[in-house]
Design a protein around this ligand. Structure first.
Ligand code: NAD
Length: 479
């Protein structure tokens, strides 16, 4: 049974891409499943002077685009909970008007004065909006939860500045920093898989694990997001956040611990133990790449994409070796990589065991693969003579149809967490401090040198340098 939640959502940036493609469909599904029913309202704000009716029409349109076989009566009922207010983030009077509208919707929908402030706007506005929410007295005696999208800063210094800004208005307890990978079903399942499979948990440490590989491969290029990507690159866009958080879910001690503050303490310990590189060791541990056209010369190279500098040195591929100074993982390399325009879309974790696992009756060099997307599930890859020679068979776990049926979209599950006050699947500031400090060294080294770009063809597995990175440790990518 879904337990009904109550709140007034105030979405800043309600006319934007994120709101339309992710938030409204997620809210609709929560409405259909009963988490949201009678006691919620949504105020959308953006610059444009829309009416409530027009706003509702745009929502109807995105729901029809994003959800198959949707019932039009359901949509009509759902959009009655939506209201629009044109808003200039710098104008104090607009926040007073917002406060009054929120209070009246609170009465109308009996939402217990609960508020979710959702930042679906550019990060440069986060601080200003948070400050005004505080100074214009929007916070209520119910819960007041601030939801922040990525990117959370572009380096340690800017992340700290942003954090200081929002912390003047909201406590760490009230801030929900979204990393949507933490909303994905399979990432959330990692702790359960570990807890419920004791043999697996017993061998998940440096005695039995040879290396761990985390891959977030995308087959698309930057598409229409070249302008954003030019300010980011894959190291910031994928490694600092998503890859780190996936490792956090896999590598912390005590998967049986579910209390959010304790989980975050463990994650914080793990990230604080990251062995930070020096400018001298960056090149031995991290490599970068940028996509060229494909083999037939038909696809655009990154430098030919719209809104991209034709001489851009932005990384569209990164691979690296990370290590943690923590007992469980001492001397186990975590190989990570992410890239655009690779041969397949695939998010996966490959855990490669060494030959000591035979103590458990498991073949040497067994690989356990956890698939995050596009499919979800897990495989044990049982090896013949030598996995490095590609002598492998796959044993699939039994189909887990019911288990993964109704798998919620990441946003849906994260919104339930926000409404329930469950912070396990959000990132905390101290974790971000450690991960940014780690990434900054690599970024600074890369910024100080001209790369030899482009260095990989579209629709391949990325630059050859990436294979060499593992070869120097006598290892090999599983995928
Ligand atoms: P967008 O450009 O499509 O939308 C931005 C919204 O902000 C619009 O509603 C616009 O009207 C509003 N806005 C802009 N300037 C304003 C101002 N001065 N006052 C009031 N409102 C103003 O952007 P988006 O893609 O929806 O992204 C929003 C946020 O979500 C960004 O922080 C982005 O990094 C993050 N994000 C987006 C996605 C995605 O899939 N689009 C994914 C992850 C994170």
């Amino acid at each position: 049974m879904s337990e009904e939640k109550s709140a007034v959502f105030i979405i800043f940036g309600a006319s934007g891409d994120l709101a339309h493609r992710k938030l409204y469909p997620a809210l609709f599904r929560l409405y259909k499943s009963g988490y949201l029913k009678d006691h919620f309202a949504v105020i959308g704000t953006a610059r444009r002077p829309w009416t409530d009716d027009y706003f509702r029409e745009t929502i109807e349109e995105s729901l029809n685009n994003e959800i198959k076989n949707i019932n039009s009566n359901d949509i009509s009922e759902f959009v009655k909970h939506f209201f629009y207010m044109s808003h200039d983030v710098n104008d104090a009077a607009h926040y007073i008007a917002l406060k009054e509208l929120a209070a009246s919707l609170d009465d109308q929908f009996e939402t217990n004065s609960n508020r979710v402030y959702y930042m679906a706007i550019a990060p440069r506005f986060f601080g200003t909006v948070a400050e005004h929410i505080n100074s214009e007295g929007l916070k209520t005696e119910g819960f007041n939860r601030l939801v922040i999208e990525k990117p959370f800063g572009r380096d340690y210094a800017s992340a700290e500045e942003l954090n200081n800004d929002i912390s003047q208005a909201f406590t760490e307890e009230e801030i929900y920093r979204i990393d949507h990978y933490l909303g994905k079903k399979m990432v959330q399942e990692i702790a359960n898989i570990r807890e419920k499979n004791t043999t697996f948990e017993k061998i998940l440490n440096n005695k039995y694990v040879s290396n761990i590989q985390v891959t977030l491969a995308e087959s698309l290029g930057v598409e229409e997001r070249g302008g954003y990507y030019e300010t980011s690159g894959v190291l910031r866009d994928m490694v600092q956040n998503h890859i780190m958080q996936i490792i956090g879910s896999l590598a912390v001690d005590h998967p049986e611990i579910k209390k959010d503050s304790e989980v975050h303490e463990l994650k914080n310990e793990l990230f604080a133990s990251l062995k930070i590189l020096t400018p001298e060791t960056v090149d031995d541990n991290f490599i970068r790449g940028q996509y060229d056209t494909d083999e037939k010369g038909q696809m655009k190279a990154y430098r030919q994409e719209d809104n991209v500098d034709p001489n851009s040195n932005i990384d569209t591929y990164a691979a690296g070796k990370m290590e943690f100074a923590i007992d469980r993982w001492e001397n186990v390399p975590f190989y990570v990589r992410s890239g655009k325009r690779l041969v397949d879309k695939s998010s996966r974790i490959d855990i490669v065991f060494n030959d000591k696992v035979t103590e458990f009756g498991i073949d040497a060099n067994t690989v356990v693969t956890l698939y995050i997307e596009p499919s979800e599930g897990s495989n044990i890859q049982v090896n013949g003579k030598d996995y490095l020679e590609g002598d492998q068979n796959l044993i699939k776990f039994p189909e887990q149809a019911d288990y993964f049926d109704n798998a919620r979209e990441a946003y849906e599950s994260l919104i339930i967490d926000i409404l329930s006050g469950n912070k396990v699947n959000f990132t905390f500031w101290n974790e971000l401090q450690s991960t940014w400090k780690y990434i900054d060294v690599i970024r600074q080294k890369w910024d100080s040198e001209e790369p030899d770009f482009p260095n990989y063809l579209s629709m391949t597995r990325g630059p050859a340098l990436s294979d060499l990175l593992l070869a120097q440790d006598n290892n090999k990518w599983v995928w």
